[in-house]
Structure formats: structure tokens, C-alpha cells
Write a protein that binds this ligand. Structure first.
Ligand code: ACO
Length: 336
């Protein structure tokens, strides 16, 4: 089969930093509670003239620069986000901002905190079976815009960011995406969501399903609603199984893998998964303390920091896993 490899990465963060102490001024919480239960100390929040699109473009440009790659040679851009600034998707806008003159295909993928892993696997599938050669995968989310800042159970968790990787076709021997494992569970989806407001859907359909109020009102989405304990249990149960399955498909065991890179949601989840899979602490990548849960951005953001700091070196193997709303979860075994 055709190979595909990751040849560049980049990331971008909003400038406004919000500490746990800052949050304790707006909700009944403390630095101690948040850091002990989650490992988070700071998060970045989009403000002023910043936008998710600008962050995504900045992250993408850095990934292209690292690979010394001309945006005109891209043939696909995948924007993994659950918080686009346009409900019709934002990938074509990013394509325009990057100045791609060849009109590469660009579309959004919505899979919450699993979005980046899904984007990576989609990029590989497009390369292996679809005749694409150079695919930019962006993971970017601005969940701060969908958080209820009066709900201490959720507002402490999330931050905004963007990360990107360039995935390129290569010979089979150089393959950098060794295996994957992807799942979803709509039944468990009730534990985490930001659905369209119910009353508006009811008004639109009426009790017997016929349109009563026409024209319908402008829709809005509710803030993030989460049953934290259930999401925690789901992650600790499903993520190790998924990584084990991906490792088995790649013919590897955790001892052969250089790094464990999980979606950055909660340090206790990261620690529990690492313990279950026998990864020692020094092989676990974590930057959660600085940025909180940045959803689809968390894996490429942490990867980019680890690559630029020299932790992750060419030839290293990474077991990456995303998990979150949907519910969705999945793993990819990457050779950098
Ligand atoms: N500060 C102080 N007290 C708090 C806070 C806070 N920020 N939040 C909750 N509490 C209180 C609760 O009110 C409760 O008080 P009570 O005992 O008097 O009722 C107590 O602390 C315990 O609350 P729990 O919700 O049971 O706390 P828990 O130990 O489960 O931790 C947490 C909550 C951190 C949210 C945890 O469940 C978790 O991290 N779950 C996973 C969530 C997650 O990762 N979600 C993102 C998935 S990715 C995506 O797709 C977006």
C-alpha cells in the first residue's frame, strides 16, 4: 500500500491567558481544586480581534514552513473543529487565507476532541485510496465561546488553540501512519454536548411534527453540558482498549513506543491510561497544565511543542489517542 508521513507541524494560541486564580474570581472554585482534580493551571481564550480562523491559519503556516512547503502544492485541507465561525464550515476560508491558488479541496470534520485523530486517518485514506498527495490537517477549537462561564463544573476545563500537520504521500517503507482504531457511541453522547436549544426545535416541528410557527426563529446552541464522571469513566475504559488495538494492528507493544500522546482533557485520565498501558511518566507528553482542554487542537498543539523542543525526534513512534463528545474516540500509531 501507499505510505503517508507527517512532514511538518505548527500551532497557535490566543494571547489572553486565564489562570485558575482568575477563574476563582468569577465562580466558586480555587487553584487547588482545579489543579488537583484536573492538572490544569492556565488556559488561553480568544479575545479582541483574534479569531479561530486566524489561529488555524497561523498554525497551518508554521507547519508548511517547517516542511518548507508551498501552499500552492496542497491538494486537500481538512479543518477539524466543532466550533467553526461559519456553520457551513471554515476550511475553504482557511484555504483562501493561505493563498492556495490551485483551489485544493477544503472541508471541515466535526468530531469534538477526537477530531484531529479522525482528520489524520481521513488524510491517510485520501492519500492511500483517493489520489491525493499533500494534505494539511488542522485541529482547532474555540470552546470558550460555548462554555457557561457561571458553571464551575465545565468552565475550568477548556481553552482555545489551533494545531496543524502536513501529511504527504511517500513510499510504503517510509510510512508514518502505522495503524489506527476509531469508534463512536451515540448512546453515550448524552453525557457531553452543546445541542441546539430544544424549545426552538419543538416550535419548529410542533407536537405532531408539522410546522406550526413559520418562519422559524433564529436558532442558537446551548452551552457545553457535561456529566464529568461519566466522561471520565468512558475515557479511562475505552482509550486504553483503543490504543491496545491500534498497537496490535501495527505489531507493536507499548514498550516499543517512544511517546504516549493523549487528548489533553484531564491529567488524571492521562495518568490512568498510561498506567493501564505500562507507559512510564517520562514517555508521556502533557502540556495540559498550560492550556487546558483545547479539544481538536490538543494533540497537534502538544505534538508541535514536543517536536520543536526536541523531545520527539525523527523516527520516534507515538501512540496518539483522541476522545470526547459524540461520544467518539480513536487512536493512531504515528512514526514521526
Ligand atoms: N471548583 C470547586 N468545586 C467544584 C468544581 C470547581 N471547579 N466543580 C465541581 N465542584 C464540586 C461539585 O459541586 C461537587 O461538590 P459536592 O460534592 O458538594 O456536590 C464536588 O466538587 C465534586 O464534583 P464532581 O463533579 O463529582 O468532581 P469530579 O471529581 O468528577 O471532577 C471533573 C470533575 C474534573 C469535571 C472530572 O469529572 C473530569 O475531568 N471528567 C472528564 C471531563 C472531560 O474530560 N471532559 C472533556 C471531554 S473532551 C470533549 O469532547 C469536549
Amino acid at each position: 500500500r501507499k505510505g503517508c508521513k507527517l512532514v511538518g507541524c505548527g500551532s497557535a494560541l490566543p494571547s489572553l491567558s486565564v489562570s485558575n486564580d482568575d477563574l476563582s474570581k468569577i465562580v466558586d472554585t480555587s487553584d487547588e481544586w482545579i489543579s488537583v482534580r484536573t492538572g490544569i493551571r492556565n488556559r488561553r481564550v480568544i479575545s479582541g480581534k483574534e479569531s479561530l480562523k486566524k489561529l488555524a491559519v497561523e498554525a497551518a503556516q508554521k507547519a508548511l514552513e517547517m516542511a518548507d512547503f508551498d501552499p500552492n502544492d496542497l491538494d486537500l485541507i481538512l479543518m477539524c473543529t466543532s466550533t467553526p465561525e461559519d456553520i457551513f464550515g471554515s476550511a475553504p476560508q482557511i484555504q483562501r487565507e493561505l493563498g492556495c491558488r490551485n483551489s485544493p479541496l477544503a472541508y471541515d470534520i466535526t468530531a469534538a476532541c477526537s477530531g484531529f485523530v479522525l482528520g489524520l486517518i481521513s488524510a491517510a485514506s485520501h492519500i492511500r485510496g483517493g489520489g491525493f498527495h499533500n494534505v494539511l490537517v488542522i485541529g482547532a477549537d474555540g470552546l470558550s465561546r460555548f462554555v457557561d462561564w457561571t458553571d464551575r463544573g465545565t468552565c475550568i476545563l477548556f481553552g482555545d488553540a489551533a494545531g496543524a500537520v502536513l501529511v504527504q504521500a511517500c513510499d510504503a517503507e517510509e510510512d508514518g501512519l502505522l495503524s489506527f482504531d476509531l469508534h463512536s457511541d451515540g448512546e453515550g453522547g448524552r453525557h457531553l454536548g452543546a445541542p441546539i436549544n430544544d424549545n426552538e426545535t419543538d416550535e419548529l416541528l410542533g407536537s405532531n411534527g408539522s410546522a406550526l410557527d413559520f418562519p422559524p426563529k433564529k436558532s442558537s446552541y446551548s452551552c457545553i453540558q457535561m456529566n464529568g464522571k461519566e466522561v471520565f469513566r468512558f475515557a479511562v475504559r475505552c482509550v486504553p482498549q483503543s490504543i491496545e488495538s491500534a498497537l496490535e494492528k501495527a505489531g507493536l507493544v507499548s514498550g516499543n513506543v517512544d511517546w504516549l500522546l493523549l487528548h489533553q482533557a484531564n491529567q488524571r485520565i492521562i495518568d490512568a491510561v498510561a498506567t493501564r498501558l505500562d507507559f512510564p511518566q517520562e514517555k508521556v507528553i502533557s502540556n495540559l497544565a498550560n492550556y487546558g482542554n483545547t479539544s481538536a487542537a490538543s494533540i497537534p498543539l502538544a505534538l508541535d511543542e514536543a517536536v520543536r523542543s526536541g523531545k520527539v525526534k525523527p523516527g520516534h513512534t507515538i501512540a496518539a489517542a483522541g476522545f470526547g463528545a459524540g461520544l467518539t474516540w480513536g487512536s493512531a500509531i504515528i512514526r514521526w
